[in-house]
Design a protein around this ligand. Sequence first.
Ligand code: MN
Length: 190
Amino acid sequence: MQEVNQYLATTLKKLRQEKSWSLDRAASETGVSKAMLGQIERGESSPTISTMWKISTGFHKSLSSFLEPPADPNNETIIRATSTRHTPLESDNAPVLSIFPYDKRFGFEMFELTLLPGYQRISEPHLQGTTEHIIVICGEMELLLEGEWIKLTKGEAVRFTADKLHGYRNNSTSPAVFHNVIHYGQGSCE
Ligand code: MN
């Protein structure tokens, strides 16, 4: 089993037990089927980023809290070599690297996402008060905001309210890479 799937399996099981949620309850809170949650807990499934967002929103947690252990609360310095970044969601056609995990002292997490040609994802609203900051590192991508696709190219940056429907797509012929700083509203995220 991939290390990240193992961490996800353990974390999901632990959080569900802390809340005393049955699989049925967790399914209704997250919108992810009971069968899928069971597979994830047994490490039998490598979920897509859409599924991961549903789970983290349903549990009122940051996305990164399901991907890797929290940062050391006594040390603000993180030095992260490329080889030590996590590559969790390979099944997705949209690789995600964690740059900085969520830390409640700072209220944000940061990812690097790659959108392969033809990729499209519509994201359901994140937790209330969530803001995303997107900076395109290479290629061309489009962002769905307020029902309109906005074209972004290398070097362009957008901040938007992510507690409503939004989306990401790549209609070009080469991969697009962007950084995403996700800031959670105060108290929205445990
Ligand atoms: Mn989003």
